[in-house]
Write a protein that binds this ligand. Structure first.
Ligand SMILES: CC(C)(COP(=O)(O)OP(=O)(O)OC[C@H]1O[C@@H](n2cnc3c(N)ncnc32)[C@H](O)[C@@H]1OP(=O)(O)O)[C@@H](O)C(=O)NCCC(=O)NCCS
Length: 193
């Protein structure tokens, strides 16, 4: 029993250390294309499984990547890359244009080989921390009902979001999207604890 609990203690310490090592940088230190690449790798399983539904999203990702690099003071200022040491593990983004009432969670993903280590949650908290620092009161996130997005749904619920709606996805009416919201009053405290 004592052995088991010491193993857990070591595992937990390693996880905390990994989280503490997650650092965030501007995409502008890198070249255009990096955002598209991260999105394609993060959604590869879904695109390969259902290319007819999700394949067309690739064009939107390429346009988003262009927008990030062509608008460094606006869209590009609301994107960050997430690293563990020298290893790029994912990226987060947000849209604060409706501040102070609302901030919208944008693209966020963790590369498949780095998943299930708590990075997605940590990255999402960084988005919330940045929105709260801008005076935003409430955050909104949208994801899909599709089984591929179960980790995303769990991540939002785990991060204090509550489901506020579900409706048809305009691009594909046979698939639903789910809306989540959470208040940001106490986020600064959470980020430092
Ligand atoms: C969603 C995503 C960012 C999560 O990244 P991650 O680093 O694996 O997430 P975490 O390790 O922080 O786990 C977050 C939660 O998801 C759960 N989770 C992670 N992978 C899961 C899986 N395969 N099945 C079920 N739950 C899973 C974790 O258990 C955790 O929930 P908990 O706190 O209730 O235990 C990642 O899966 C991803 O990039 N997916 C593709 C892109 C995407 O869906 N982005 C969100 C757009 S809305």
């Amino acid at each position: 029993m004592r052995f088991k609990s010491s193993v857990w203690a070591v595992a937990e310490t390693s996880l905390i250390q990994l989280k503490m090592n997650l650092r965030f940088t501007s995409p502008h230190e890198k070249k255009p294309g990096i955002i598209t690449d991260l999105l394609k790798r993060s959604y590869a399983e879904l695109i390969n499984a259902e290319p007819e539904h999700w394949g067309p999203e690739e064009r939107n990702w390429e346009q988003y990547d262009l927008d990030v690099f062509q608008n460094p003071e606006t869209i590009g200022a609301c994107v960050f890359l997430s690293w563990v040491g020298d290893q790029l593990v994912g990226f987060g983004s947000y849209d604060p244009r409706q501040k102070p009432e609302l901030g919208v969670i944008g693209h966020n993903c963790i590369l498949p080989e780095f998943r299930r280590k708590g990075f997605g949650l940590w990255q999402l908290r960084e988005i919330l921390r940045r929105l709260a620092a801008m005076g935003v009161k409430k955050a909104k996130a949208t994801t899909h009902e599709h089984v591929f997005f179960e980790p995303a749904r769990r991540m939002y619920l785990s991060c204090g979001f509550r489901k506020v709606g579900q409706h048809q996805w305009a691009a594909h009416p046979d698939q639903d999207v789910i809306d989540y919201e959470r208040d940001l009053d106490n986020i600064a405290l959470e980020a430092t604890s």
